[in-house]
Ligand binder design. Structure first.
Ligand SMILES: NC(=O)c1ccc[n+]([C@@H]2O[C@H](COP(=O)([O-])OP(=O)(O)OC[C@H]3O[C@@H](n4cnc5c(N)ncnc54)[C@H](O)[C@@H]3O)[C@@H](O)[C@H]2O)c1
Length: 259
């Protein structure tokens, strides 16, 4: 069965690059109209143009979704340009290590603002519109295996992603009466700009190649490509999903089932 998004409108936060871009492209090329978002205008515009060149419908909206105003700007743009809103993918995030004890609070807190509060702001703004329209909808939160595994220096990221999956469960309950289905996709390692640390992809390090590939700590012995995560997001966001609600779909090549 093919996924078809025709006549549907989606917002994908943080979709100028990586998993978000792959998701926006997939939805648009399957007939949907997409609001592409990020903080940097030229990146969003290039992404929307790349989709348009392939025959898809997309507009670029540069906005900081860690603020209620930024989130509302995306919803307003969806309504102004496409006249409706069916799908929200909460994908925007940042990753920067910070020591829990010594990092300045604002720096530590910013990861929660971007990675968690953004999803809350966008979900509130989107749900109001979906409820008013009465046609139901889909919300997919892009969390991480960090939602149930912790890493040193990532307490802010771990907490944000764990809370995001709990947001999924809470909203699955709150929004079910309106036929708005809410789910998470929790990726493991993915080959995106987020994997680049100090100019080098962590996927190219000896550490990753030895432990995760050669020793098969990831049973599939490789990181995911963005489109492999986008396919999971798109299915949960699509009309094919009529009964999966409040679920966290782990997409990590089997990483989290091993010791
Ligand atoms: N790459 C991985 O290994 C991996 C693993 C697990 C989960 N994830 C999650 O996948 C999602 C996508 O990340 P990615 O790997 O594609 O990395 P990415 O850096 O390419 O994508 C994140 C996007 O969010 C945007 N963004 C950041 N702050 C924003 C803000 N305030 N407002 C609007 N946009 C903002 C960035 O500009 C970027 O385009 C994130 O939620 C990330 O936590 C990634």
């Amino acid at each position: 069965m093919e996924i078809n998004f025709s006549s549907m409108v989606a917002i994908v936060s943080g979709s100028g690059t990586g998993i978000g871009y792959a998701t926006a492209e997939l939805i648009a090329l399957a007939g949907g109209a997409v609001v592409v978002n990020g903080r940097r205008e030229h990146i969003c515009k290039e992404a929307a143009q790349r989709i348009a060149l392939q025959g898809g419908r997309a507009i670029a909206v540069a906005a900081d979704v860690s603020t209620p105003a930024g989130a509302q700007a995306l919803v307003n743009a969806a309504l102004a340009h496409f006249g409706r809103l069916d799908i929200l993918v909460n994908n925007a995030a940042i990753a920067r290590p910070a020591d829990f004890v010594t990092a300045p609070y604002d720096e530590w807190r910013q990861v929660l603002d971007v990675n968690l509060d953004s999803a809350i702001h966008c979900a509130r703004a989107a749900a109001r519109v979906m409820i008013d329209a009465g046609h139901g909808g889909r919300i997919v939160n892009v969390s991480s295996i960090h939602s149930y595994r912790a890493e040193k220096g990532s307490s802010h990221y771990d907490i944000a992603k764990g809370a995001m999956d709990q947001l999924t469960r809470a909203l699955a309950l709150e929004l079910a009466p309106y036929n708005i289905l809410v789910n998470s996709v929790a990726p493991g390692f993915v080959d995106t700009p987020m994997s680049v640390v100090d100019g080098k992809s962590e996927l190219d390090t000896e550490w990753f190649k030895t432990l995760y590939v050669q020793q098969r700590r990831i049973p599939l012995a490789r990181a995911a490509q963005p489109v492999e995560i986008a396919q999971a997001i798109a299915w949960l966001a699509s009309p094919l999903n009529t009964y999966v609600n409040g679920h966290v779909l782990v997409a990590d090549g089997g990483l989290s089932v091993t010791f």
